[in-house]
Each structure stands twice: as C-alpha cells, then as structure tokens.
Design a protein around this ligand. Structure first.
Ligand code: AMP
Length: 279
C-alpha cells in the first residue's frame, strides 16, 4: 500500500496504470474509518483492479459553526485498517496544498440540495460536490463507491457525474449498522455513553415508520409519529424527518414500494446524526 499526500504525483502514477488498462476504483472518506467505510472499499475491490482511498476532512463542506475542528482524526489506525484490506493507494492531502490560497472555483448543486440536510447546512453540498469533483480529477477513477447512509450526498454525486459527463460509474453501498441498529458513523465516537444509548432509537424510528407505511398508514401521519417519537427522546433535537422519492428526493403523495426514502436528522447533544432507509 502506498500512502501519497501529493495529488499531482498520485495523478501521474494512476494515469500510467490506466494506460496499461487497469480499472481504477475510488472511495473518498474523511477518515476515522469503521466497518461502513471498509464495506465500500470491499465493493470497490470487487469492481476494479486498483483501489484508491482518500482521507481528507474537507473544510469546504463544514459551515462556520459546525464540527470541523472536532471531527475525529485517527490517521495511524486508519492506515492499519487499509493495509489489512490490501488497499493499493491512500491519498492523504494537506489542506493548504489541496486548497491553495487562490483557490476560487466551486460546484453549485441545484434542487437536490434544497431539501433534507440542505437547508440545515447551507453550502454543504456545494462543498461536497467540489471536493469530490477535485478528487475525481486527481484519481480519474472508472468507478467510485459512496455509502447510502449519506443518501442525499450519493444522489448529489450521481447527478454531478451525469451533469458533467464524468466517465465514472457511481455505486451506492448499503448502510452498515451496529448490532442495535445505529448506523455506523465517525461521529458516533463523540457520543457519551448515555447519548449512545439514546441514539439507537433513531434507526428504530425508521423501522417503525417502514412498518406503518407497509400497513398503508398515511405518509403525513407516519411523519408525525416519527417526529413525536424522536422529540420524546432526551437530549435530542430533531432537524427533519422526511418521506420522499428515493429517485430524486421529491415529495411523495403516496407510498411507492422500493422507491421511497425515509430519512431523519437529529442532534443528540451536540452530535448531528443522520440516517435513512429505502422502503
Ligand atoms: P465519511 O468519511 O463520513 O465522509 O464517509 C465516507 C463514505 O463512507 C461516504 O460515502 C459515506 O456515505 C460512507 N459511509 C459512512 N458511514 C457508512 C455506513 N454506516 N455504511 C455505509 N457507508 C457509510
């Protein structure tokens, strides 16, 4: 496994491999790796010859009052996990060289960023799209894998690839959960023991909603029930609960099996958690 911090040098190496006919697979991450990330890498390994993982906490996607400074960083143990998986290349850029002082071009995401997490995190998806496009330009992968845990992000990236004619196949990987159902997230590390117990009820709420939808309970009522369940939890502040089209996040008038997304964002203490299921 080669760990490279210089983007240009990695770009050159990977271009040579591509010219030799190697298929490049890419998994961008912000580090603090858990089984969720590792499942994406395993998927990429099945679909390509050479796998590149990036570890970069992207300042562009954090708002001024968000947790950029507190975002957990565990580079040494991340590298051990990647080595054990036999990842080929790890890109670990330094922020200053990745975004030099005169950096001035950004991607702007349209309607997909107007719903769910968008209004609560102004500029977040522009920051995500910008870093992903930049990483795509460096790695020039044939395929890239994103987690459906961040379902809105996955759709934003797929849309960008389509809008900009990027010759990259985007795959979505299923959400990996802890035994009690909590979606794995680097931010779970920041939960206290008590908050960690409370957090398990987030996925429970999604599964209750799923069962209500399958029993033909009206969407508005299901959302109301979710809201009530979540606001009853101690230390929790609900940002949104949403039941929408899994294809484009547009509002759903009626439940469409397999194409409906149930999603939520909740602050448990100061830790913002998101989760979703497709039903
Ligand atoms: P992050 O490091 O949080 O930026 O995530 C990097 C990638 O891992 C993104 O595509 C996430 O959607 C994905 N990911 C994060 N948590 C999970 C999870 N529990 N299951 C599957 N994928 C995940």
């Amino acid at each position: 496994m080669r760990v490279v911090s210089n983007a240009l040098s990695l770009q050159k190496t990977l271009l040579k491999l591509k010219q030799k006919g190697q298929r490049i697979g890419f998994v961008p991450t912000m580090g603090c790796l858990h089984e969720g990330h590792l499942s994406l890498i395993k998927m990429a390994q099945k679909k390509s010859d050479v796998v590149v993982v990036s570890i970069f906490v992207n300042p562009l996607q954090f708002g001024p009052h968000e947790d950029f400074a507190q975002y957990p960083q565990t580079l040494q143990s991340d590298l051990l996990k990647l080595k054990a998986l036999k990842v080929d290349y790890v890109l670990t850029p330094q922020t200053d060289s990745f975004y030099p002082q005169n950096f001035q071009t950004q991607v702007h995401v349209g309607e997909l960023a107007d719903v769910m997490c968008g209004p609560f995190r102004p500029g977040h998806f522009d920051g995500v799209a910008t870093v992903v496009l930049k990483l795509f330009q460096i790695v020039q992968p044939d395929i890239a894998v994103f987690g459906k845990k961040d379902y809105q992000q996955y759709l934003v990236v797929k849309q960008m690839a389509k809008d900009f004619n990027l010759p990259i196949q985007i795959f979505g990987a299923p959400t990996v959960r802890e035994k009690d159902g909590l979606a794995m997230s680097s931010r779970n590390l920041r939960l206290s023991v008590q908050q960690r117990e409370i957090a398990q009820h987030l996925s429970e709420t999604l599964f209750v909603a799923k069962s209500q939808l399958s029993k033909k309970v009206q969407i508005d009522l299901v959302k109301k029930n979710m809201w009530a369940q979540l606001t009853n939890l101690p230390q929790c502040k609900v940002e949104y609960v949403e039941i929408c089209s899994a294809l484009d996040l547009s509002p759903l008038k009626k439940y469409v099996p397999k194409q409906s997304l149930i999603a939520l964002a909740v602050r448990v203490g100061t830790v913002r958690l998101i989760d979703n299921i497709i039903v």
